[in-house]
Design a protein around this ligand. Sequence first.
Ligand SMILES: *Cc1c(COP(=O)(O)O)cnc(C)c1O
Length: 422
Amino acid sequence: MKEYKYWKKIGVEIQKELISKALAKNINYSQSPVLGLPGTKLDGRVFYEQAEFLKEAPFLQTIVQNPNHIGCHTVGESEPFFQGTQDIEKDVIQILSKDILQSQEDCDGYVTSGGTEANIQACWMYRNFFINTFNASCNEIFLIASQDTHYSVNKAANLLNIDLVIVPVDFDTREILPDQLDKHVYEAVKNGKKYAIVISNAGTTMFGSVDNPDDYASVFIKYDLNFKLHIDAAFGGFIYPIVNQNHNIGFNNKHVSSVTMDAHKMLQAPYGTGIFITRKGLIDNVFTKEAKYVNGMDTTLSGSRSGANAVAIWMILQTYGPHQWLEKMKILNYRTEVCCQELEKLGIGFYRDSHMNIITIKSADLPKELAVKFGLIPDSHDEDNNWYKIVVMDHVQQEALNDFISELKEFRSRERKVSLEN
Ligand SMILES: *Cc1c(COP(=O)(O)O)cnc(C)c1O
């Protein structure tokens, strides 16, 4: 059984006490003279500070107190006004980097607006790393990722003015085609590229497919290319490395330098709870020295952001603890598994990674009206989509999956009748 050093299950009463203490350590705008901050608690006419229920709701209490977590708190100094809740954010980064992503050492990181920001932050950091360390020019640097990669990477390439190379995947297995990867890297080198930024997926948005980061690494080693590798686990971060304890997508893999995890997907935290985590010694590459009014240094993309988001992530992690969270993820995977077995019996084509809760069904095998009725998501909103996906989230109960399967069965038998009659 895996040992967890930092991730513990903590009862509600103790959580409340710890969060109250953290809030008490933050600045209290009503009690201390704070003349210079361009921030304050939420507007009291609209958001009642004294409401009785706030005592029982530490997350809402934090929202009302409105701490600003501007900057990155795992490195250097931070704004002293919000140290209480910043310490909670540091706790979150510690739990995720060490107990889930298996780092032996401290990491840097912060709560982002989402996976998009975390992915852009990673690309920005590596682009500047190559510029600062090797005096690289932007046209010597390229981004590389699979065809199934999230479009935030296209945004990053566009913003950072670096080329993006997309590697095709096999239609059925969604695996990166090794000869295509080799060919694309070879071409990039031929075109004068010297530095690669890799986005390797741990759970793609459409398929839940997981790239093997070592496949990328071996090609770059073959071509003697400098590279930095980022794992996009925005969707898979709270399920894949939990359910698959022999994963190689964390800091136990020496090729991995940073990771995106979205708490507002599988962890069911409020939106605005993306997470960026990186090995030490890299984040200084995006230190904005002009950010002089921020105490310490701002090495983040966001600027001002709410401390309540970190508190929400912390509360969910501590409410479950590692074992109950594993159980919860196993239940989702069990439902997924049952549904897959039924699809197999019906001879319906689909893709699923055995550690993930996404089933992506070939649209050729699924009538459109069923996809619409059950709210499946197409890979493309054009007419020529190839796939529909089911994401087995918490609200996707076995009953709903069963209903879907029985309607599919009915449709199939009707279809068979028609073809027999003709
Ligand atoms: C959702 C997702 C993102 C983007 O995350 P946002 O939080 O929506 O910005 C990035 N990568 C993957 C794999 C995702 O599933």
